[in-house]
Ligand binder design. Structure first.
Ligand code: PHE
Length: 338
């Protein structure tokens, strides 16, 4: 019996079958247990010897089962360790890297620059009132210059903003006639244009405004120089050309000297050596007064640029609609070089 039990223990390949063996011999109805029970049927004088023998066998079987269990546990652990080893020499799985939208890039670059110069970023409303989009910017009703910006009207007094300049007017009004004000305002604007490669009924602008005592045209020029150098490279020059905006006086159109670009507008750049990038000027006294600023004490400058056009020039994008049609193949071209 002992031999047989030991062989069965040895044969057990897993903890489960070992457990079966244990039940079979040592369980309540197990072979060894029933031998113990049979003891009472034996003649008295044989009992001690028999009992001793059965006990011995039982102890031996118990010890054997225990050591086999340990062995099996160790084997199982080893097998698990082997299966779960990590091969650190395998090549890693690549996580696909996204790309930033070129308009986001331009916005971030400029926000970076202007926050560094102590400006605040202010956002306004895309649905605006006629008052802030036009009147507060020195464009009364029936002013012919309103035609410069074809407007989507929602009602007589409510419209989709045609530029980010209403944010200037709102911010100035909130400051209760107290400078300094230094803000940039990025955002979407809308105009009633037929969409084609260079026109879109929706595009983006970034507005800049500084109002304080003693702000001069030279401050504007210095700021614009920083701006174009941030976007187009350290050795860019700027040129100011006289222009007209109702909310600035004098008004200037800003050109930048030729930079490396490949887009449509770039041909112009190659012919003249200059390319127009934004509009700006000294804040019109009427705009300051309407917002509650004393125009004898305060002066300021403002500029407005179009990230769409700038991104088209900088990255050689031939169609403005690419910015808005969400084709991932377009964005993927702006992935950082790996
Ligand atoms: N708001 C003007 C436009 O959209 C741009 C501009 C802003 C010009 C600020 C001068 C000063 O055309």
């Amino acid at each position: 019996l002992r031999q047989e039990a030991l062989v069965r223990i040895n044969e057990a390949k897993a903890e489960r079958s070992l457990q079966d063996v244990k039940v079979n011999y040592l369980g309540k109805k197990g072979v060894i247990t029933s031998l113990m029970k049979e003891m009472k049927d034996l003649p008295k004088e044989e009992r001690p010897e028999f009992g001793q023998l059965v006990n011995e066998v039982r102890n031996a079987v118990e010890v054997e089962i225990e050591s086999k269990r340990e062995l099996l546990e160790e084997e199982a652990l080893n097998e698990q360790l082997e299966n779960e080893t990590i091969d650190v020499t395998l090549p890693g799985r690549k996580v696909a890297l996204g790309a930033k939208h070129p308009l986001t890039k331009i916005n971030e670059d400029l926000e970076d620059l202007f926050i560094g110069l102590g400006y605040e970023i202010v956002e306004g409303y895309e649905v605006e009132s006629d008052y802030y989009n036009f009147e507060a910017l020195n464009l009364p009703k029936s002013h012919p210059a309103r035609d410069m910006q074809d407007t989507f009207y929602i009602s007589e007094e409510v419209l989709l903003r045609t530029h980010t300049s209403p944010v200037q007017a709102r911010t100035l009004e909130k400051r209760n006639g107290k400078g300094p004000v230094k803000i940039i305002c990025p955002g979407k604007v809308y105009r009633r244009d037929s969409d084609d490669a260079t026109h879109s009924h929706q595009f983006t602008q970034i507005e800049g405004l500084v109002v304080a005592e003693n702000i001069k045209m030279s401050d504007l020029k210095g700021t614009l120089e920083l701006l174009v150098r941030k976007l187009f490279g350290k050795d860019r020059e700027i040129r100011l050309r006289p222009s007209f905006f109702p909310f600035t006086e004098p008004s200037v159109e800003v050109d930048v000297s030729c930079f490396k670009c490949k887009g449509k507008g770039c041909n112009v750049c190659k012919q003249t050596g200059w390319i127009e990038v934004l509009g700006s000027g000294m804040v019109h006294p009427n705009v300051l007064e309407m917002a509650g600023f004393d125009s004898n004490k305060y002066s300021g400058f403002a500029f407005g640029l179009g990230p769409d056009r700038l991104a088209m020039l900088k990255y050689g994008i031939e169609d403005i609609r690419h910015f808005y049609t969400n084709d991932v193949r377009f964005i993927e071209q702006f992935k950082p070089v790996e």
